[in-house]
Design a binder for this molecule. Structure first.
Ligand SMILES: [Fe+2]
Ligand SMILES: [Fe+2]
Length: 315
């Protein structure tokens, strides 16, 4: 299958694309045009649609999927699409999300099975009930199977959050035998629930932005609010020690309050402290892995946003 990045100057592109941005303008002959940023899993290209009708301008919405017939031209040294025909997709087009946006390399059902195994293996009835209740909510279940773990930094692709959760559970399982002072079930429950607020902090799984609640409250507090409302529903007392511990681990998972990364409280148990480092390892390793795999064959150094410095590919 050919993607946007594969097309060269002079070629004709007939493809499904995601509309990432749209800007209307008026040409010197008074006809209206659209500047579009179109993307698929390979990247994005700017596109020009001349003589656009008012209806078409409406129909081509940001974050929607369109089918285009276009020519690749060079404009100021960059490839640009000049669109001859364009239409919004319909259900019968059966567009695969995998072809439009980057997606986790691990199949979603495989990740889901591992998550369920871990939940069923929890010994704490309270924590198991809270997590099962969260996942019994159809909207939450659907979002966990789709959402990225972030807009930019790490696991920033379709069902990246689920990959992050399962990766943390795996890392936690390996480290637990070394640290008997850690509460196993609270650690596992934190792996699953720590970023659950991201399902509402981010707008959607395809081209996510931060929502207003996400910006005003943030996913740590949003996650704790979700846990509280589940406890109320299940008649679990707010003073339950495991619930308090889980909430503490969620609220402290970005590290010390002083570091400014958004923790509401600094970690005050071995479980909370260990979880913060696990989350750091998993997010940074994922981001660095992506930085290295995005490097050109000749490149020896690349800037890694997650570390705010260049990293070396080496030998
Ligand atoms: Fe987080
Ligand atoms: Fe995380």
């Amino acid at each position: 299958m050919k993607y946007l990045a594969d097309y060269q100057e002079g070629e004709r592109v007939v493809a499904f694309c995601l509309v990432k941005n749209k800007e209307a303008g008026v040409a010197s002959n008074q006809s209206e045009y659209l500047n579009l940023e179109l993307g698929d899993r390979s990247g994005t290209l700017m596109a020009k649609l001349w003589d656009v009708s008012a209806e078409m301008k409406e129909a081509i919405a940001v974050k929607s999927v369109v089918k285009i017939d276009a020519a690749v031209q060079m404009y100021r040294g960059k490839k640009q699409l000049v669109i001859q025909r364009i239409r919004p997709v319909s259900a019968s087009d059966e567009v695969l999300m995998e072809s439009l946006i980057p997606i986790s390399p691990v199949p979603v059902d495989e990740l889901w099975d591992k998550l369920e195994q871990k939940i069923n293996g929890l010994q704490s009835g309270t924590l198991k009930a809270i997590i099962k209740e969260a996942l019994a909510d159809g909207e939450i279940r659907e979002r966990i199977r789709q959402y990225p773990a972030g807009v930019r930094m790490h696991h920033n692709y379709y069902h990246g959050l689920l990959e992050h959760i399962v990766s943390l559970l795996t890392a936690a399982e390996r480290l637990l035998p070394l640290y008997p002072q850690v509460d196993r079930d609270v650690l596992y429950a934190t792996c699953i629930m720590h970023d659950i607020g991201k399902l509402y902090e981010l707008s959607d799984p395809v081209a996510p932005d931060y929502t207003t609640p996400g910006q005003l409250i943030g996913h740590l507090v949003m996650g704790v609010e979700m846990v509280s409302s589940i406890c109320r529903k299940l008649d679990i007392p707010m003073g339950d020690a495991e619930v308090l511990h889980l909430k503490h681990c969620i609220l402290s998972h970005h590290g010390e309050v002083e570091n400014g990364w958004g923790s509401a409280v600094s970690g005050k148990t071995p479980t909370a402290v260990l979880f913060h480092y696990l989350d750091q390892i998993d997010s940074k390793m994922n981001a660095l892995g992506q930085t290295l795999s995005d490097m050109g064959e000749e490149d020896e150094w690349a800037y890694a946003g997650v570390l705010k410095r260049k990293v070396w590919r080496g030998y």
